[in-house]
Design a protein around this ligand. Structure first.
Ligand code: ZN
Length: 164
């Protein structure tokens, strides 16, 4: 029971850190999001998505159960983000919890850019253009995203570098 409660507190802290980190990435891309809205929030389920609700409204959801899954070595490997870290060598190709969470923020934010740039079409979501965008985001913001997430969680008393 106590452990369950701890887990749910931890996922909330991590989720909120991902939300604030996404907002910061949006600010770094101010010109691109000019006249557009970027909102992210923590969802109660597993679903982790980017949706373009209206033409100018981007919504990113980070599911709490997704965060729980990524804490678990047995469940994390079923996520696309886990496979992407290994396949593309993001964060040195090592899917630790911290790397998974950082890459998830970049992945979903990448979909927002992809949509704005017109590279997301029906039936073609995880396409070449998307991975070009994600690669660029990693090169420029990858380490900063990790440092930010670590700091933000630490300010709430949670050391996510210990959650592998
Ligand atoms: Zn995706």
């Amino acid at each position: 029971m106590a452990q369950q409660l701890q887990l749910s507190t931890d996922t909330e802290i991590v989720g909120q850190a991902m939300v604030v980190c996404t907002t910061h990435l949006g600010i770094q891309h101010k010109a691109l999001f000019q006249g557009r809205e970027l909102v992210s929030r923590v969802g109660s389920g597993r679903a982790t998505t980017h949706r373009c609700k209206a033409k100018n409204k981007h919504l990113i959801i980070y599911g709490r159960k997704m965060i729980e899954d990524k804490i678990s070595a047995e469940r994390a490997c079923f996520w696309l983000t886990f496979k992407e870290i290994q396949k593309y060598g993001f964060y040195g190709g090592t899917p630790t919890f911290l790397h998974l969470i950082g890459h998830t923020v970049i992945h979903e934010f990448g979909h927002a850019i992809q949509t704005i740039e017109g590279h997301r079409t029906r039936g073609s979501v995880h396409n070449r253009a998307f991975y070009d965008i994600v690669g660029r985001l990693h090169a420029e913001y990858g380490q900063r995203v990790l440092a930010y997430l670590v700091r933000k969680c630490q300010s709430h008393g949670l050391d996510i570098t210990q959650l592998n």
